[in-house]
Design a protein. Structure first.
Length: 60
């Protein structure tokens, strides 16, 4: 199981709060309705901030 740093957990937590309030938007500006997509956005933002997050899986 991958390990996530504290900053990554905090970032995902903040994004999930936005998702639950209905304020989270995707890159195209549409409202996010899928929980998995919200987590992916949180991990992506954490990566941008330099938090300890494993690399995304390689596509085949």
């Amino acid at each position: 199981m991958p390990k996530y740093g504290k900053k990554a957990q905090e970032t995902v937590h903040e994004v999930m709060d936005k998702y639950k309030k209905g304020e989270l938007k995707s890159g195209s500006g549409k409202k996010v309705t899928d929980r998995k997509q919200a987590v992916a956005i949180g991990l992506s933002e954490a990566r941008e901030k330099g938090a300890k997050v494993p690399e995304p899986p390689k596509k085949k």
